[in-house]
Design a protein around this ligand. Structure first.
Ligand SMILES: *Cc1c(COP(=O)(O)O)cnc(C)c1O
Length: 361
């Protein structure tokens, strides 16, 4: 069995070099005679590794000292609730830009903790385009503005950072973090579940402006409070040690690739090739998203006749192309092209699609 080209939406492909490094260190990590998973997070080795992972991430993105970096658990979904708990006080409201499945879920999970105001929504357009900026009804007194720069399921992406004035901008970057350079100073808080573009599931990486740690929020246990996590190096309790370690390896790998500008070019080229293939197929394949809002990370497409879907999936899998089935809510196909998906994988996918169209014309 050899490795396949993996287009999974998440948990998703990891760089082969990262997996090989983890494999080579599995039994004896860092001269310790045990794996990283088998030792105390309070030990010198782990603490050093954890700090190094943070330092590498800070260098990659260019995170200034007035931002804290947290390595949390519970997934992005837990953060949908924890963000209002921390950033909004009793009676506060927060603005939400709804551009697809995940930003809609962020609203419903936040609702018990804050007056979650849908300031703009693409629902009426079936999320095929982003809500036009002149329809946004932002409240200058909102506790924060939340949006989802890349909608993993709907395949729509913001290609610039919205201007929201003095209100802190909060972004769920689960499926596009580290895919391009990021001006973190435009944000109050950025968070990402790790399993798309960073590492294994069970880890959330968060970057938060330190002044937001002073917000009272609402009464809650220490474990939920970002300020406590920041003051305790994200080790109020046992962290996801394995996830943190693999994330650190991925950050190093990104540095070795040349950093985020290089990844941005590569990601643009990968997505560009796939969208061109779809657009030039004479309608055999279709992507429904308005071109200016197309995601570089998650490319949806349908076949001209859905009766061919089963054959497409069966034959693509046999050709070593994994996980092209679209999300069950939308049907069709989806190819996720995260950092760890190499250009060769997209070349193979495009060749398969052209060949399939010829054979099943
Ligand atoms: C996958 C995903 C989530 C959910 O992540 P969990 O870690 O499973 O909670 C949230 N937001 C976006 C944009 C995602 O892609």
């Amino acid at each position: 069995m050899s490795r396949v080209w993996n287009f999974s939406a998440g948990p998703a492909a990891l760089p082969q070099a990262v997996l090989e490094r983890a494999q080579s260190e599995m039994l004896d990590w860092n001269g310790s005679g045990a794996s990283v998973m088998e030792q105390s997070h309070r030990g010198k080795r782990f603490i050093q590794m954890a700090a190094q992972a943070e330092a590498t991430l800070r260098e990659l993105i260019g995170i200034p000292a007035d931002y804290a970096v947290l390595f949390l658990q519970g997934g992005a979904t837990q953060q949908f609730a924890q963000i209002p708990m921390n950033l909004a006080g009793e009676g506060d409201s927060a603005d939400y830009i709804v551009s697809g499945h995940w930003s809609a879920k962020a609203v419903s999970e936040a609702a018990p903790y804050v007056r979650a105001n849908v300031a703009a929504s693409g629902a009426a357009d079936d999320y095929l385009k982003l809500p036009a900026r002149d329809t946004w009804r932002l409240d200058p007194h909102a506790a924060y503005v939340h949006y989802t720069p890349n909608e993993t399921i709907h395949g729509v992406e913001f290609h610039d950072i919205p201007e929201v004035g003095a209100v802190p901008l909060v972004a769920d970057m689960s499926s596009n973090i580290l895919s391009e350079p990021l001006d973190i100073t435009r944000f109050g808080l950025v968070y990402a579940g790790a399993q798309k573009n960073i590492g294994p599931s069970g880890l959330v990486v968060m970057v938060i402006r330190r002044d937001l740690l002073q917000r009272a929020g609402r009464p809650m246990a220490r474990i939920f409070r970002y300020a406590e996590q920041a003051a305790n190096d994200s080790m109020l309790n046992t962290p996801n040690t394995w996830g943190w370690y693999v994330a650190g390896l991925t950050f190093q790998w990104l540095q070795a690739q040349g950093g985020l500008a290089v990844m941005a070019e590569r990601n643009q080229a990968k997505a560009g090739l796939l969208y061109r293939t779809i657009d030039s197929s004479g309608g055999y394949y279709r992507n429904p998203i308005e071109p200016s809002a197309r995601s570089r990370m998650n490319v949806r497409f349908t076949l001209h006749d859905s009766a061919l879907d089963a054959a497409f999936l069966e034959e693509s899998e046999a050709a070593g192309l994994l996980a092209l089935k679209g999300h069950k809510a939308l049907g069709g196909m989806r190819a996720s092209l995260y950092n760890a998906v190499p250009p060769e994988a997209v070349d193979a996918l495009v060749a398969f699609m052209q060949d399939f169209a010829q054979r099943h014309g």
